[in-house]
Design a protein around this ligand. Structure first.
Ligand code: F6R
Length: 603
């Protein structure tokens, strides 16, 4: 996730451009830069570091002009270097582009353009955009037509904007699955990833939808459809948010914002190039033993993956908490150490990784922060590109890691012949339904979950039960609950509960049960027998389940009828929302719960 800004005005914009990009810094903070159209061409200034750091070196407000772009980067492709920072220029210097998203076919485009004489200087996917624009402009001799042709060649997700010396009083921008909004000011028009960027200059906005592009100048704008070029009329909206609310995209907290970003981050995880997944699958397939390693939420991510590998690939992958790895794991040259880490800096996971490497193990990781220690030290890092996760509690990063590992399990299943080609294709298709499924839960079940959370927020003790992969989901949901509400929540296997913990059940101990779809007959029936056991002891049961309403539950949330492969992940979103609204009711500090830090870099 990166932040993009553009301004066209009838007066100098240098100070405004600087303030606008500063306001977007939370979207990415490893490097930043700007491009200003000046009488002598496009001037680019960029470097690594925060906006203030870069400004100290590059003097970002020095270039004067009235048409310009700026970008704050959260690296996905290519390390954190000055060259890889945005904006990127075309070979002839006539186009400067900023981009948020991933161009998934950038390798093919680079090869194709290199063969026709283009030279690339960065390792980014973005740099192909100005080169394609130049290529198309040379044929079309018209900027809008060149842009139109460019859309046809780009695959992946984007919000991008460009300035060009061929049309110096305009900015061109487009959106496909990455946010983009226009700000309509007095003799100035803005574009940005987020309203927060320009809210101090205008509150009149026009939101671009997917597959739309816009051409803006100081006093007008036109929105058109990417496929047809047809003009779209959209009303200007006036917003009343404060600047602080806008930074959270209008959400009251980063946690809620990040929960709502999950359909998008899951899509991003589904778009990670297949070859990266296949490389990891081969490493697992070729290893004698693969350990799934993580701590806290990433432990539960690993536990979820453990079940997917068992079901889909017939592989038993031991799960070890990073902090316990050294004490229990048997490691040699035929071992694969596979960990997940949002920050890529967690001390316990890093220490376990170094321990495994020292004993000759191969290593791989799914990581969110580019350039982080774990991503640099493993043999194969898959960058999940979920964008900055600001809330201390991990939500969107965790679900994306689950998706990456689920994709890998499918690939191992194919390599192992555990899955037939038909089953493999069916599961791939099912996986594609996940973003919409999550969106459905957010649209249709949020208020029901909030209602139950409000009614039971004072309950001090919770048991979260599930079986199989639902146990892992229940454990992660329980971690969310205790972290943010400070109420006790214990995740446990339904079968295990009978062997001790059942003695705690009474009217004060509430239970949340993660029930699989009834089509998974054995799992469903044994989970429902746990419901009976709890109820027989006077316990109150909140059921997260699929299918028809069931009076066995004291309170219920019914999830949509989706394939069993993705069903548990929808319940996880329900668990996140439940923890969130319980904490809101209790007046907790949601984004920064007591005693917790975003990245635990100490022993
Ligand atoms: C829980 C949470 C933590 C982290 C854990 C690992 O919501 O965020 O349990 O999952 O500290 O952190 P990363 O993923 O940065 O390695």
């Amino acid at each position: 996730m990166c932040g993009i800004v553009g301004i066209v005005s009838n007066s100098n914009i240098s100070d405004r451009l600087f303030r606008c990009i500063k306001n977007l810094e939370y979207r990415g903070y490893d490097s930043c830069g700007l491009a200003m159209l000046t009488p002598s061409g496009i001037e680019v200034r960029k470097n690594v570091g925060s906006v203030d750091d870069v400004n100290a070196v590059e003097h970002l407000t020095e270039p004067q002009g009235s048409t310009g772009l700026a970008h704050t980067r959260w690296a996905t492709h290519g390390g954190v270097t000055q060259i890889n920072s945005h904006p990127h220029l075309s070979g002839d210097g006539a186009f400067a582009v900023i981009h948020n998203g991933i161009i998934s076919n950038y390798r093919e485009l680079k090869e194709e353009l290199s063969a026709s004489g283009h030279t690339f200087v960065s390792q980014t996917d973005t740099e192909v955009i100005p080169h394609v624009l130049q290529d198309e402009f040379e044929k079309e001799q018209d900027v809008e037509r060149a842009m139109f042709k460019t859309f046809k060649r780009l695959k992946g997700t984007y919000a991008f904007a460009f300035v060009t010396t061929h049309a110096p009083r305009q900015i061109f921008c487009a959106r496909k699955e990455s946010p983009l909004v226009l700000g309509i000011g007095q003799n100035s028009t803005f574009l940005a990833s987020d309203i927060n960027s320009f809210i101090e200059y205008t509150r009149d906005i026009v939101i671009l939808n997917d597959d739309e592009y816009a051409i803006i100048s100081d006093d007008t704008y036109a929105i058109k459809h990417v496929q047809t070029g047809e003009r779209i009329n959209r009303k200007v909206q006036h917003i009343t948010w404060s600047a602080a609310a806008a930074q959270k995209g209008g959400f009251p907290t980063f946690m809620l914002k990040e929960i709502h970003e999950q359909p998008g981050t899951v899509k991003t995880a589904l778009n990670i190039p297949q070859e990266e997944i296949t490389t990891l699958a081969r490493m697992i397939h070729d290893s004698e033993r693969t350990y799934l390693v993580g701590v806290g939420t990433t432990y539960y991510v690993s536990l979820t993956a453990h079940y997917y590998f068992a079901q889909l690939a017939g592989k038993f992958l031991p799960v070890v908490s990073s902090d316990e790895f050294e004490y229990s794991a048997e490691v040699n040259e035929r071992t694969l150490f596979l960990c997940c880490s949002q920050s890529g800096e967690t001390y316990d996971t890093l220490k376990a990784l170094r321990f495994a490497k020292k004993r000759g193990a191969k290593s791989a990781a799914v990581v969110n922060v580019v350039g982080s220690s774990i991503s640099r030290e493993v043999d194969h890092a898959i960058m999940q590109s979920s964008g900055p996760e600001i809330c201390v509690l991990s939500t969107k990063a965790a679900i994306s890691q689950m998706v990456v590992l689920l994709r890998t399990a499918l690939e191992v299943g194919r390599l192992n012949d555990t899955l037939s080609e038909e089953q493999y294709q069916t599961h791939q298709h099912e996986l594609q339904q996940l973003p919409d499924g999550i969106q459905w839960v957010l649209n249709r079940r949020l208020s029901r979950i909030q209602e139950i959370a409000n009614a039971h927020a004072p309950i001090k003790n919770w048991l979260f039960l599930g079986r199989g992969v639902y146990m892992a989901i229940g454990m992660e949901a329980a971690l969310k609950m205790k972290e943010v509400t400070y109420q006790h929540a214990e995740g446990m296997a339904g079968g295990f509960m009978k062997h001790g913990t059942i003695s705690l059940i009474d009217k004060e101990m509430f239970t949340q049960v993660f029930v699989p779809p009834a089509s998974q007959t054995d799992l469903y029936e044994s989970t429902m027998s746990n419901v009976e056991e709890v109820k027989a002891r006077g316990g109150f049961v909140v059921g997260f389940h699929f299918g028809a309403s069931d009076p066995k539950f004291n309170a219920e949330v019914i999830f949509p009828d989706v394939p069993p492969l993705i069903a548990p992940l929808l319940q996880l979103v329900g668990g996140q929302l439940f923890a969130y609204y319980s904490a809101v009711k209790l007046g907790r500090n949601i984004d920064k719960p007591r005693s917790l830090a975003k990245s635990v870099t100490v022993a």
